[in-house]
Design a protein. Structure first.
Length: 399
């Protein structure tokens, strides 16, 4: 039986909330460079591989037992949302079609073209040769997701075997769930995603938070483990995927919206990369550029403070790029994953790719060693991506 050591307890005397357990895991795999805290003796929750019944219920029973019945802060656990049919009045912007995709999945990605989290998902989908449709969402009015209670992107709809669509709502969960699916394409994606439940909990400041359980973990049967991997390599991959979400991604906004003029240039780049002139009316495109640039310039100041960045925000971005390339140099391989990228490579690339046309990225190329790795990743992903089809082209696709 394949098992994973997911949550470890904290030293006694500290309140055990879901958030604390989650942060403890992130620290133990070294996402922020902090020293791991002491583990609680002989107490652990296990994530069991696919095929083992009652995984989620057993896991939470263990968690509740760990907290001795007190107010542990965990409030709800829900499976991913399922909808009966594809939403009405939703416009497919384009489709990525790969004739070599044999997964028989019907995937629809709701996104902002240059959102770092969306870029992560696209880098993964393209690198794995998936066919998928894209709905480009207006970043200000968000009309493309009005049908959904969940109002963030990326969002992925995946058609189940019964014809209904399951809604995947976290970039890391999307990547882990689809990676798990590729290990055994006979399984129903609708059942697989139930191993990644949405959870809400109350943090130490009594604020309600939400997250996705197991989002950095792959689910696989014991007789179908990932090829050419070890437990250590999987843990290392999870460590850096977590680092991307907990650190690297938070450096993007303070850098690309550093000044009002830089914010405007960034949104002009977003408009070009996302083909806003083609997909939105002129007034809507201008609204996104002008209102979006001003709003994000203001928000970036708060983000800089929230994440403890100095006024020279570029330095933090350079340090992150150097940290990543130094790790690859230690391995003496082309990619972090070896001769081919792994999920950590794809996640770092996706986030950095989101600012490729911005001055901040040009500065990174000039002041760090990220360029050769980034260009190799870009070539790898593009060579495996299907053909980009416009709305006109889509009508000629085979049924």
């Amino acid at each position: 039986m394949t098992t994973y050591n997911l949550w470890r307890g904290l030293s006694t005397g500290r309140r055990l909330t879901f958030q604390v357990l989650y942060r403890n895991y992130a620290q133990q795999i070294g996402t922020t460079g902090t020293t791991p805290v002491k583990r609680m003796s002989n107490t652990k929750l296990m994530v069991i591989s696919m095929g083992v019944g009652g995984l989620i219920g057993a896991g939470y029973s263990g968690y509740l037992s760990l907290t001795s019945g007190g107010n542990n802060g965990l409030t709800t656990q829900t499976k991913p949302t399922v909808i009966d049919k594809f939403p009405d009045n939703v416009k497919i912007t384009r489709k990525i079609y790969n004739p070599n995709d044999n997964t028989d999945l019907d995937l629809v990605l709701f996104q902002y073209q240059t959102c770092p989290f969306c870029c992560k998902v696209r880098a993964f989908l393209d690198s794995q040769g998936f066919s998928y449709s894209v709905v480009e969402v207006d970043a200000v009015l968000r009309q493309g997701i009005k049908w959904s209670k969940y109002k963030k992107v990326p969002m992925l709809l995946a058609k189940r075997k019964d014809g209904k669509y399951v809604q995947l709502t976290d970039s890391s969960m999307i990547i882990s769930a689809l990676s798990s699916f590729l290990l055994n394409t006979d399984q129903d994606i609708g059942q697989l995603v139930n191993f990644y439940p949405n959870v809400s909990f109350v943090d130490e400041n009594n604020k309600e938070k939400t997250d996705v359980l197991n989002k950095y973990f792959l689910m696989f049967q014991e007789d179908r483990p990932p090829k050419s991997t070890t437990r250590e390599s999987m843990e290392d991959e999870r460590k850096w995927r977590t680092w991307v979400d907990n650190h690297l991604v938070h450096l993007i906004s303070p850098n690309v919206y550093r000044t009002s003029s830089e914010a405007r240039e960034t949104f002009e780049w977003f408009s070009q990369a996302g083909e806003w002139d083609e997909h939105f009316p002129k007034w809507e495109r201008n609204l996104m550029v002008h209102v979006g640039a001003f709003a994000m310039w203001a928000i970036s100041k708060r983000l800089k403070k929230r994440h403890g960045l100095t006024d020279d925000v570029r330095i933090h971005l350079y340090e992150a790029c150097d940290k990543w390339t130094n790790e690859i140099e230690k391995k003496k391989t082309k990619f972090f994953g070896g001769n081919e990228p792994n999920l950590a490579d794809l996640n770092v690339f996706g986030v950095l790719n989101s600012m490729e046309g911005c001055e901040a990225f040009k500065d990174c190329l000039r002041n760090t060693k990220i360029g050769p790795w980034f260009n190799a990743m870009k070539e790898y992903v593009q060579n495996r991506r299907g053909t980009v089809l416009s709305q006109v082209d889509m009508q000629y696709l085979p049924n």
